[in-house]
Design a protein around this ligand. Structure first.
Ligand code: PLP
Length: 378
């Protein structure tokens, strides 16, 4: 009989909430919300209800809520669309963005844009924001890093960019549903979120986009979602996203306290048992993140040994796993290439219990020792 599994990779994806499953099932038969007959109008009503609820929960106007097919899509539409909408050819971003922002920024650079990246300190936060004082087509900064959980000085980034007249895109995929978000107060131009990070369905994202400046169309089609994300909307996913977000937002303060206590116990227990562990998650950070390196071990060996012991964690970015590449995030914060290779990210979430932490603490000493004995590959 296999033992219980202990899932500690909630930043990669988190289980769907029952409220989201129920909403999805309820609306799974919805028709095309563009239809001018009864079933079309019913689908439109369900879509509008989801939009209204999301807008209210995130401090946005309903017209500012755009349903997309993923967080990646929301990021791409915003970064490329805001660039295309501007006469300027300059982009400011950070070297620690998720590939969903990093890659479109890189593509803009390859097609002639002047790209400038803000420097990052050893705490995983951008500092020295002077590059934002010169006008640009778009500035992009994530709110919280997906690997380390580090919270970026997002208000300052937005204030400095806005003072220069630069539109700002915020990748808030790790933040929405985990920390309070008020789009109006934040002052960003666009903001990306992803439903599967807060208990909604996978393959469903959100882009909040102010009326002006709005991203230019990157996809061309039937004009749905203000023409920013054309295509027949997925009503069931929109309803499930709204249901998940309502529950997640209602739990934020209790979950922040509960998860940071569990995370602190996990960190303390690991540091007391294993020598020379590097902690990459530095406050202020998301409450459920703990990113560490075990120098002398390969991250992939650690993950495999943890998996064999029933613990599911990752080396960092889900998108990069399977390929043992040094994390661009850790390199940017000054960690040596060798030390990045021994990285493991534990991320706690809604279903995490004391038993999950106990399990890691029961096996980590042995896992670290065995991975260090196996040593580094080539
Ligand atoms: N941005 C960040 C910070 C993320 O963590 C992720 C997912 O890991 C994404 C964007 C992409 O979201 P999605 O998986 O919905 O495409």
């Amino acid at each position: 009989m296999p033992g219980a599994r202990h899932y500690l990779d909630h930043a990669a994806t988190t289980p769907m909430r029952q409220a989201a499953v129920d909403a999805w099932v309820e609306h799974s038969g919805a028709g095309n919300p563009g239809g001018q007959y009864a079933s079309g109008r019913a689908a439109r009503r369900a879509l509008d209800d989801a939009r209204d609820l999301i807008a209210e929960l995130l401090g946005a106007d309903p017209v500012e809520v755009i349903f997309t097919g993923s967080g990646t899509e929301a990021d791409n539409l915003a970064v490329t669309g805001l660039f295309e909408a501007s006469p300027l050819e300059r982009v400011v971003s950070t070297p620690i963005e998720h590939p969903a922002v990093l890659e479109p920024v890189k593509a803009l650079g390859l097609s002639g844009a002047q790209v400038e990246l803000l420097p990052v300190g050893s705490d995983g936060r951008v500092f020295d924001l002077r590059a934002l004082d010169t006008p640009a087509a778009v500035a992009c900064c994530m709110w919280a890093n997906n690997e380390t959980g580090a919270l970026q000085p997002i208000s300052e980034v937005i204030a400095r960019s806005s003072a220069a007249g630069t539109p700002v895109h915020v990748d808030a995929v790790q933040v929405v549903g985990h920390l309070p978000v008020d789009f109006r107060m934040l002052g960003a131009t666009t903001l990306a979120a992803s439903a599967h990070k807060f208990g909604g369905p996978r393959g469903a994202g959100l882009l909040l986009a102010r009326r002006s400046p709005a991203p230019a169309a990157v996809l061309h089609g039937g004009g749905q979602e203000r023409g920013i994300r054309p295509g027949t909307p997925d009503v069931a996913s929109a309803a499930a996203t709204a249901a998940a977000l309502r529950e997640a937002v209602g739990e934020i303060s209790a979950e922040t306290a509960r998860l940071s206590a569990l995370r602190d116990r996990l960190r303390g227990g690991i540091l007391s048992q294993v020598d020379e562990v590097m902690v990459h998650t530095v406050e202020p950070a998301l409450p459920g993140h703990l990113h560490l390196s075990f120098p002398g071990a390969e991250g992939d060996s650690l993950i495999m040994l943890l998996d064999a012991a029933g613990v599911e964690a990752s080396t960092g970015s889900a998108c990069a796993s399977g390929v043992n590449r040094a994390s661009h995030v850790l390199l940017a914060q000054g960690v040596s290439e060798c030390d990045t290779r021994g990285a493991v990210r534990f991320t706690l979430g809604r279903t995490t219990t004391e038993a999950d932490v106990d399990k890691v603490l029961a096996v980590i000493g042995d896992v670290a020792e065995r991975a260090r004995t196996a040593g580094m590959a080539g």
